[in-house]
Every structure is written in structure tokens, then in C-alpha cells.
Design a binder for this molecule. Structure first.
Ligand code: NAD
Length: 99
């Protein structure tokens, strides 16, 4: 674990390439990452490979309503995790970090 333990980090364009590389580094530092990418399915698959506390969400950086949906879904997932018996780290961080 590292300096980002108990933090939630949203990474746009995180399904592959440089974004995914950043996601791996951030997850290694203990953060729960949200891979936000226009390729929704690939974002979910990449998140699953990183570990089961991470999320992939379909998101288009060009659209304001997509940004709102991204934050809403991140917060909803955090709230759902809080009520589970195996609480992942990000359940202890109710608001995501903005990058
Ligand atoms: N790879 C390199 O060596 C390199 C070097 C210099 C600059 N760059 C630049 O850095 C950027 C990223 O490079 P990469 O190699 O990671 O590219 P990539 O194509 O592997 O990854 C980009 C990611 O962004 C996502 N994306 C595209 N449009 C989106 C949108 N509207 N909303 C949300 N997600 C979107 C893609 O689906 C993809 O997952 C590019 O602009 C590239 O030109 C790359």
C-alpha cells in the first residue's frame, strides 16, 4: 500500500494505454480506481483485471451529462459498498478525488 490508500481516483481514458498505466500505478499506491472511458466494456474488463475493488464506467469526456453520470455512479457504488459486509477501501472514502 502507499500514499493513496483509502482514496478514490477517477481516470478518464483509463481503459487502455497511458490511462491504464496510470491506473495501475495509482492502484499500486492503494487507491480504488474508476476507469472512465468511452469504451465502457473494455473499461470494465480492465478494472476487473486490476482487482475487484476497482470500477469501469462508460464515460465520454466531451459530454457534461456524462461527467455528472460518472460522478453519480461512483458515489452510488461507494454507498453500495458501505452496506456490504466486505467493505472495500473506497467505502471509507465517500467522495472521489478529482484529477
Ligand atoms: N502512447 C504514446 O507513446 C504517446 C506519446 C505521446 C502522446 N500520446 C498521446 O496521449 C494520449 C493517450 O495515448 P494512449 O497511447 O494512451 O492512447 P490510447 O488510444 O491507447 O488510449 C486512449 C484512451 O482514451 C479513450 N478515449 C478516447 N476518446 C474518449 C472520450 N471522448 N471520452 C473518454 N475516453 C476516451 C480511448 O477509448 C482509450 O481507452 C493520446 O492523445 C496520444 O496521442 C501518446
Amino acid at each position: 500500500m502507499g500514499d493513496l490508500e483509502n482514496r478514490v481516483v477517477i481516470i478518464t481514458g483509463g481503459a487502455r494505454g497511458i490511462g491504464l498505466g496510470i491506473a495501475e500505478a495509482v492502484a499500486d499506491q492503494g487507491a480504488c480506481v474508476v476507469l472512465a472511458d468511452i469504451l465502457g466494456e473494455e473499461a470494465k474488463e480492465s478494472a476487473k483485471k486490476l482487482g475487484n475493488i476497482h470500477l469501469g464506467i462508460k464515460h465520454d469526456v466531451r459530454k457534461a451529462d456524462s461527467a455528472k453520470n460518472l460522478v453519480d455512479q461512483t458515489l452510488e457504488s461507494s454507498a453500495a459498498s458501505t452496506s456490504s459486509s466486505t467493505t472495500p477501501a473506497w467505502a471509507r472514502t465517500p467522495r472521489p478525488s478529482r484529477t
